[in-house]
Write a protein that binds this ligand. Structure first.
Ligand SMILES: Cc1cc2nc3c(=O)[nH]c(=O)nc-3n(C[C@H](O)[C@H](O)[C@H](O)COP(=O)(O)O)c2cc1C
Ligand SMILES: Nc1ncnc2c1ncn2[C@@H]1O[C@H](COP(=O)(O)OP(=O)(O)O)[C@@H](O)[C@H]1O
Length: 322
């Protein structure tokens, strides 16, 4: 997949295009990308995605913008895996925010992208004061010679799939629902860095994972799987939060104790999949009390994964192939 940080002044090739923030790349986004790619292939056009950085909400109201589900790197990797040919990451600032809907259509969509087929969500708004919408684009498409397809709402268990629905599920500790909305287990990737070396003294060494995002949309203690170290994912008990007992400042830290594992893994790049929430973070009166609790968390993690294995073993062959 090609990545560009600006849109050409004058396009040289016509395109099939979709526009959005794609935070989390959930099932709704994926359905939209499938549609984009089908249209692009059918017309022998490159499948292009236009996305913005920072997220417009981070530009307009930085204090109120929600924590992102996926960082930029993860988002680009997921777009590539979905089969997108070219992603344009456009800087969102005053200049872009000031364009009227018609200016955005003329300069960006028609001149810049040579758009032939446009696919957007049915609630998409754009341009100064968010004045442009699906109807604006459909009228422009009819007059200026491009088709506009609106993506209908995708639902799971009667819930409209959206980045905010995923955020709410994570916040509520319902990792299973978040996974159904995302179409994959929620994960955070990063490098293993040095911590304070207290973990090994407690009897539970914990790999500290550095993530690039300022904020992360979940907090607590989780049963996780970790990819990137061995061929098969490893199981672990993870803690994410500000570690109130040992008290190390305000930035949340992600730490994983890997079950039945002993090796030095500093600097390795890993991906942590949050499978199930065990509990919230707590402040303990003593280091011994924390140590006992971590031992219980490790037991709970084992029990949780053993339960999953039992369910899988009892599943009918049809369930297994699903
Ligand atoms: C499964 C698990 C649960 C944890 N739960 C808490 C908690 O509830 N409260 C807390 O203050 N720290 C908790 N911690 C983090 C420890 O305070 C401590 O930071 C860590 O184990 C050692 O840190 P180090 O890797 O920097 O040496 C937890 C750690 C693990 C592995
Ligand atoms: N079972 C394990 N789970 C996590 N890390 C482990 C494990 N066994 C060994 N390690 C190693 O120990 C380190 C964590 O030990 P710890 O004392 O908590 O140090 P730090 O404070 O630097 O994280 C990990 O980064 C990893 O290199």
């Amino acid at each position: 997949m090609q990545i560009s940080v600006s849109v050409p002044e004058q396009s040289t090739t016509p395109t099939a295009l979709t526009i959005g923030n794609f935070d989390g790349l959930h099932l709704g986004h994926r359905a939209m990308l499938d549609k984009l790619i089908a249209v692009a292939r059918a017309h022998h056009l490159p499948a292009c995605v236009l996305t913005f950085e920072p997220h417009p909400r981070e530009f307009f109201t930085p204090d109120q913008a929600p924590a992102r589900l996926t960082g930029m790197r993860e988002k680009l990797a997921l777009l590539q895996a979905a089969g997108v040919d070219h992603t344009f990451v456009l800087r969102f600032g005053r200049q872009l925010a000031a364009q009227t809907p018609q200016e955005f259509i003329d300069r960006v969509l028609v001149q810049g992208f040579g758009v032939q087929h446009l696919i957007i969500g049915d609630d998409f708004c754009f341009g100064r004061k968010r004045a442009g919408n699906l109807a604006t684009l459909q009228a422009a498409g009819a007059a200026q010679g491009f088709t506009v397809d609106a993506m209908h709402t995708v639902e799971v268990d009667g819930i409209r799939v959206s980045s905010s629905a995923v955020r709410e599920a994570l916040f509520a500790g319902n990792l299973e629902l978040a996974a159904r909305l995302l179409g994959r287990t929620y994960n955070v990737a990063g490098r293993v860095i040095h911590g304070d070396k207290i973990g090994r003294k407690l009897g539970f060494p914990t790999a500290n994972i550095q993530f690039r995002r300022k904020r992360i949309p979940l907090d607590g203690v989780f049963a996780v799987t970790v990819e990137g170290l061995q061929e098969r994912p490893l199981q672990g008990a993870a803690s994410i939060g500000v570690r109130p007992t040992l008290g190390y400042g305000l930035k949340p830290v992600l730490e994983v104790h890997l079950l039945d594992f002993s090796a030095e893994i500093y600097r390795q790049h890993v991906s942590v999949n949050f499978v199930h929430k065990l509990r919230d973070q707590k402040k303990y009166d003593s280091v011994d009390a924390l140590k006992e609790q971590i031992a219980r968390d490790v037991d709970d993690t084992r029990r949780y994964f053993a339960g999953l294995t039992r369910i899988a073993a009892n599943a009918t062959p049809e369930d297994k192939s699903a």
